[in-house]
Write a protein that binds this ligand. Structure first.
Ligand code: FES
Length: 106
């Protein structure tokens, strides 16, 4: 299974395995990774699963689509690498993906 690494704002690193076909948000919730609230359960309707994609992975993960971009307007401290991780589907190519969670959600 692809490994996904979450780094929190304090620098704590947590690496979990994620099922192909699930999302980076679901892998975090299933493994009790803190810093991702995911209040809407993955419907792209809350912006509380905001993460920063590591620069080295930004092109592979790709940019947010229009609906996600609209929801990102509700997130704090949005940057060029910001994504809502419920919209990042785990594929074998994402093995090793690293994302950083923001200091706060919403
Ligand atoms: Fe709500 Fe991602 S979980 S937008």
């Amino acid at each position: 299974m692809p490994k996904i690494t979450y780094v929190d704002h304090a620098g704590t690193v947590r690496t979990v395995e994620g099922d192909v076909g699930s999302t980076v948000m679901e892998a975090a919730i299933r493994n009790n990774v803190p810093g991702i609230d995911a209040e809407c359960g993955g419907a792209c309707a809350c912006a509380t699963c905001h993460v920063y994609v590591n620069d080295a992975w930004a092109d592979i993960v790709g940019p947010a689509e229009a609906m996600e971009q609209d929801m990102l307007d509700f997130a704090s401290d949005v940057r060029t690498t910001s994504r809502l991780c419920c919209q990042i589907r785990i594929t074998p190519e994402l093995d090793g993906l690293s994302v950083t969670t923001p200091a706060r959600q919403g």
